[in-house]
Write a protein that binds this ligand. Structure first.
Ligand code: Q9C
Ligand code: ZN
Length: 321
């Protein structure tokens, strides 16, 4: 396994977001990646730092040109230190623009796309520490700390070479990824997430959303109650893995969020730190397809290193024995 690290992500560091009309410190902060990286380094995994940007045409394969242009234009109007909660192409009050947001988001997208290309070349598992995250970004809307959909762009690249399954285990439903592939049958989207009836993004992720047109049956949502036990979580995860096998995926993109951790300040299911090893091992044992891991959420900065380390230990275990 190799780690891809975004070089300039800390240039995107908004000060605040709004929750229920109140200004709060921005939770999606650069220290998240520092912490996750620490966990990866403790396992001695090789790290490649990158500062390339995804070409606009590549991003425009999934995002509308007018949306990309809006993000670029609004960003370029900002002075150093300023942040803007735009009034268009945005779904919530968590996704502000700063002067460097456009560039940093393009670099995050590039990291995932590069990961897809490396996966095609070598078959080796790649873990892209994308920041900002991507799974809430829709074809023409920023949302939930996300601007461009890194995992979706990687899946798009892989889909030119075979069938792709995206398994999304972030605490939140990936409304952006779902929307982007909703009418396609060559990319399966399977998500485990907190019930949108009571959790962000509220607008999607219900079990009766199963795709449309040719895409009917190729979106699968597993909303989970807040009191879901680890045992039940693992059963649902097993079910999701079976769904990916039934689809005969050639490649897997794992949207990985650590905000399912029991002490996450924003999310939080009942997943304890040791269980991330079980989750990693289950996935590595059963998903034999070449796999790209893309970082999504996870906000307990003090614990992210341990959560990532445990996940990776479990994931690498089948290889060691
Ligand atoms: N002030 C991802 O995990 N709700 N995005 C924040 C707390 C927004 C999460 C409320 C959650 C967005 C990638
Ligand atoms: Zn999340």
């Amino acid at each position: 396994m190799r780690i891809l690290l975004p070089k300039n992500h800390r240039l995107h560091s908004p000060e605040y977001e709004y929750y229920d009309g109140t200004r709060e410190p921005y939770a999606e902060k650069p220290e998240r990646i520092d912490s996750i990286l620490k966990g990866c380094e403790r396992l001695g995994l090789p790290v490649e730092e990158r500062a390339e940007s995804a070409p606009r045409e590549v991003v425009e394969k999934l995002h509308r040109a007018h949306y990309v242009a809006y993000v670029e234009a609004k960003t370029s109007e900002l002075k150093p230190g300023e942040q803007l909660m735009p009034s268009n192409f945005i779904r919530d009050t968590y996704t502000p623009l700063t002067p460097d947001t456009y560039d940093v988001a393009l670099q995050s997208a590039e990291l995932a796309i590069h990961g897809a290309n490396e996966l095609l070349r070598s078959g080796e598992t790649i873990y892209a520490l994308c920041r900002p995250p991507g799974h809430h970004a829709e074809s023409d809307a920023m949302s939930g700390y996300c601007y461009f959909n890194n995992a979706a762009l990687a899946a798009e690249q892989l889909s030119r070479h075979g069938k792709v399954a995206i398994l999304d285990i972030d605490y939140h439903h990936g409304n952006g990824t779902q929307e982007i592939f909703y009418e396609r049958d060559d990319v399966l989207y399977v998500s485990l997430h907190a019930d949108p009836a009571t959790s962000f993004p509220f607008i999607s992720g219900f079990a009766n959303e199963t795709g449309a047109g040719t895409g009917k049956g190729f979106t699968i949502n597993h909303p989970l109650a807040a009191d879901t036990s680890v045992k039940h979580y693992l059963e649902v995860l097993q079910k999701a893995v079976n769904e990916i096998q039934d689809f005969s995926a050639d490649y897997v993109v794992l949207s990985l969020g650590f905000d399912t951790f029991e002490h996450d300040p924003i999310g939080g299911l009942n997943i304890d730190e040791a269980s991330y090893a079980t989750i990693g091992e289950l996935l590595a044992t059963q998903l034999k397809q070449p796999t790209l891991i893309v970082q999504e959420g996870g906000y307990n900065v003090d614990k992210l290193d341990v959560l990532a380390e445990n996940f990776l230990k479990g994931y690498l275990k089948p290889q060691d024995s």
